[in-house]
Ligand binder design. Structure first.
Ligand SMILES: NC(=O)c1ccc[n+]([C@@H]2O[C@H](COP(=O)([O-])OP(=O)(O)OC[C@H]3O[C@@H](n4cnc5c(N)ncnc54)[C@H](OP(=O)(O)O)[C@@H]3O)[C@@H](O)[C@H]2O)c1
Length: 295
């Protein structure tokens, strides 16, 4: 029986991975939350990876502004921690599917970033995640899978969609930035795709390397907030467009976070769904209960 280790199993994506894997009686799943396994502990990582065929890594430092204040701490997890996982997978012959980010790119393009486009992060979080990507590429050139995602929202954990719907309870109008382009991505859809990629990898049908795990299409945070309001039965005109300079934050955000998805074809898989379809599925989903349902 195929043995799967999920690291970061208590996070937003981690919990959706466990939900997807729960339907698979052909897999033996080990769920490791941060309490069970701290990926910065090389020895513990080596022991945990042993006897597994595939590792799905959803563990990360995800506080983008916090990384600006303490880049070393973010890199210890997103760079060194991932290197421990990659080394352990190499040692035990396990495949590693590691989740990365659009923030490895500068965000100054005007056409979608291809999987092999040059990286050039503009903030500490992006640099820390790029260090993790390099570790996977170095230690697992044949069995390492980097899946870059972005703008994640889901049923578990704090995210933009739940924040917007929550704010609607106390504010008549919300001013939301309309000058950053991206691809909102439902964490449950990404989890489903990661498991499919693991299947393909184990069957020898997916080449190692970089895949872009974002929904297709594009919008702005303003567009996403309006779409979420509409699905929640709220008046979308309560959302008003504004610009990023009204909300100065420690970490600079890329203005253009639109990724291309050509590589999925090599694994025999389609790209993830359009962001609007995924958002609508998320609001309707019986499998991943959505706390943003207010109707
Ligand atoms: N959220 C987004 O919009 C977004 C965008 C692009 C890429 N990503 C990537 O997507 C992946 C999943 O993100 P997410 O949104 O699910 O984040 P999340 O909810 O913050 O989950 C991350 C998990 O990792 C755990 N963790 C932190 N440090 C750890 C360590 N040293 N050892 C083991 N576990 C540790 C966290 O535990 P604690 O909560 O206890 O610290 C948390 O459970 C990450 O690789 C992230 O970089 C996310």
């Amino acid at each position: 029986m195929t043995r799967v280790l999920v690291t970061g199993a208590g996070g937003m994506l981690g919990r959706d991975l466990l939900a997807v894997l729960a339907a698979r009686s052909d897999l033996k799943v080990t769920a490791a939350t941060r309490t069970d396994l701290d990926i910065t502990d090389a020895e513990a990582v080596r022991a945990a990876v042993a006897r597994h065929d595939v590792v799905l890594n959803a563990a990360a430092w995800t506080d983008v502004d916090g990384a600006e204040r303490d880049e070393a701490a973010a890199t210890a997890i997103n760079g060194d921690g991932v290197a421990h996982l990659a080394r352990a997978c190499a040692g035990h012959g396990a495949r590693l599917l590691h989740v990365s980010t659009d923030y490895v790119f500068a965000g100054d393009a005007d056409t979608p970033y291809a999987e092999d486009a040059p990286t050039d992060p503009i903030n500490a979080y992006g640099r820390s995640k790029l260090a993790g990507e390099r570790a996977v590429a170095r230690f697992l050139p044949e069995t390492g899978y980097l899946v870059r995602t972005a703008w994640l929202y889901g049923a578990h954990g704090r995210n933009f969609v739940t924040t917007m719907i929550g704010l609607a309870a106390t504010r008549e109008h919300l001013d939301v930035v309309d000058d950053q382009q991206g691809q909102p991505t439902w964490s449950y859809a990404l989890a489903t795709r990661l498991v499919a990629l693991a299947d393909a990898a184990l069957a020898g049908g997916a080449p190692a390397g970089i895949y872009h795990g974002t929904c297709t299409g594009r919008t702005t945070w303003y567009g996403l907030a309006r779409a979420a309001f509409t699905l929640a039965g709220l008046d979308p005109d309560r959302v008003r467009p504004t610009t990023s300079d009204r909300f100065p934050r420690p970490a600079t955000r890329p203005a253009y976070s639109v990724l291309g998805h050509d590589r999925w074809a090599e694994a025999g898989l389609p790209p993830l769904p359009d962001w609007r379809d995924a958002l609508s599925d998320a609001f309707d989903s019986p499998t991943a209960p959505a706390p943003w349902k207010v109707a």
